[in-house]
Ligand binder design. Structure first.
Ligand code: AMP
Ligand code: MG
Length: 419
């Protein structure tokens, strides 16, 4: 377990910007150190523990990029606009060893992925040639070296191909396989406990009182954590009571890498999470300059980081993305992956406060000339789950913006890119 100091989330300013939050987390949270070896089939989504350098060049040997005829470019006539016929001598298929060098003045029948015969350096595509009585008729104008994949042109041997901290994607796993490696060394998954707080909450499957609602945030947060590669413990719902909250927190701290809660961190007298954490550890409230959002409680309990998210589902979702996600990546030993909004055209008017970052739930549609437009979800409440379910993503409006008008370019973050 990565032990963090009690003041690791300390912060002096009155308001916390999203960028400050991410940089504090990245600088102060330390990664788990345990490394495990996993097979390629279990590698997707894991965090690479050590750099991988290419043990062989890719491609490993020079080969043809097409089905066609391999020739020596030196044999090709230099006269423009004139075809040239060469006798075909030899045939080399993918997987076969090339049989000796290509004779001067000859062509070799070759297939995609087959090794280039010695001496040949250019391949004519079969679609571009004609056969005429055992000879291949070649068009003019093909550049020497055309349609050949040189050994190492993709990745030379010894090249640093994957960096430590890389969150492995399917294409990264493919690269490891192309190197002939069967296993990779990754950091162990981080262990995260999640619970909800609130007297009004019941779990799905339990009978619901008239003034109660089914706990939805816990399942959203657990799903997001799983997508980030965490091992998740579901600790259920805790009641709005300082003593029971404190004892639950204390009992799990020390066995996990992160404790995550939702609800109970506003400053009403029925918000007991703050007092509970303070009684067993340390806590700071980060007043985030973000909407939807609310204060996010950041704490340390027995060396284990604690994050208390707001209870409103949309606020919980947005603060997860900007506080929990970077914390999980830092704990997991992953390189921070900065969110890069894609430019789209706003199809809405929106007024906002300066010095606060706001996220607008939107759908994308193709507008005039095929340009992507963001259409704002008609309602704004932070409690509306439908506003997350029925939209494609969030438009990010920076701190400096006070007004968005139709036609303006804004940055869009699709939901899939956020986790
Ligand atoms: P709180 O942050 O505890 O003040 O809660 C703010 C709002 O979010 C209240 O309307 C709660 O009922 C609602 N809420 C809190 N936790 C959850 C949850 N786990 N699932 C769904 N709604 C919640
Ligand atoms: Mg509550």
């Amino acid at each position: 377990m990565a032990q963090l100091s009690d003041d690791c989330f300390a912060f002096g300013g009155p308001m916390m910007s999203v960028d400050e939050a991410v940089s504090i987390i990245a600088a102060r949270v330390t990664a788990v150190q345990d490394i495990e070896t996993v097979s390629l089939t279990a590698a997707d989504g894991r965090i690479l523990a050590k750099e991988i350098s290419a043990p062989l060049p890719l491609p490993p040997f020079t080969n043809s990029a097409v089905d066609g005829y391999a020739v020596r470019s030196g044999d090709l006539a230099q006269v423009e606009e004139q075809e040239q016929a060469l006798p075909v001598a030899g045939r080399v298929q993918a997987g076969a060893a090339a049989q000796g060098p290509v004779e001067p003045g000859h062509a070799v029948r070759i297939f995609t992925g087959a090794p280039m015969p010695q001496g040949a350096d250019t391949v004519f595509m079969q679609e571009d040639v004609r056969l005429d009585q055992g000879r291949v008729v070649l068009p003019m104008g093909l550049k020497p070296g055309a349609n050949v994949r040189m050994a190492g042109e993709d990745i030379p041997a010894g090249h640093s191909a994957l960096a430590a901290g890389q969150r492995l994607r399917p294409q990264d796993v493919a690269l490891v396989a192309a190197f002939g490696l069967t296993h990779v060394e990754v950091r162990r998954r981080i262990r995260v406990a999640v619970f909800s707080t609130g007297n009004e909450l019941v779990s799905p499957g339990v009978s619901r009182g008239a003034a109660q609602l089914f706990d939805s945030n816990r399942f959203m947060l657990m799903a997001m954590l799983v997508r980030l590669g965490c091992e998740v413990s579901d600790l259920g719902i805790l009641r709005d009571d300082r003593v029971s909250l404190a004892s639950a927190l204390k009992s799990v701290a020390g066995t996990l890498d992160l404790i995550l809660t939702t609800g109970g961190v506003s400053t009403g007298e029925e918000d007991h999470v703050k007092a509970a954490v303070e009684s067993v550890g340390t806590l700071v409230l980060w007043r985030m300059a973000i909407k939807p959002g609310r204060p996010v409680a950041m704490g340390i309990i027995g060396g284990t980081p604690f994050i208390g998210l707001p209870g409103n589902p949309v606020a919980s979702f947005v603060t997860f993305v900007h506080v929990v996600r970077p914390t999980v990546l830092a704990l997991a030993g992953a390189t921070q992956q900065h969110l890069i909004p894609m430019p789209v055209r706003a199809a809405f008017t929106y007024k906002k406060k300066i010095a606060r970052r706001e996220y607008v739930r939107v759908n994308l549609r193709k507008g005039e000339n095929g340009v992507l437009e963001a259409v704002k979800f008609p309602r704004e409440g932070a409690g509306l789950l439908s506003s997350l379910v029925d939209t494609d993503g969030l438009v990010e409006l920076g701190e400096e913006i006070t007004l968005v008008e139709p036609g303006q370019t804004v940055g869009f973050l699709g939901y899939a890119s956020l986790i």
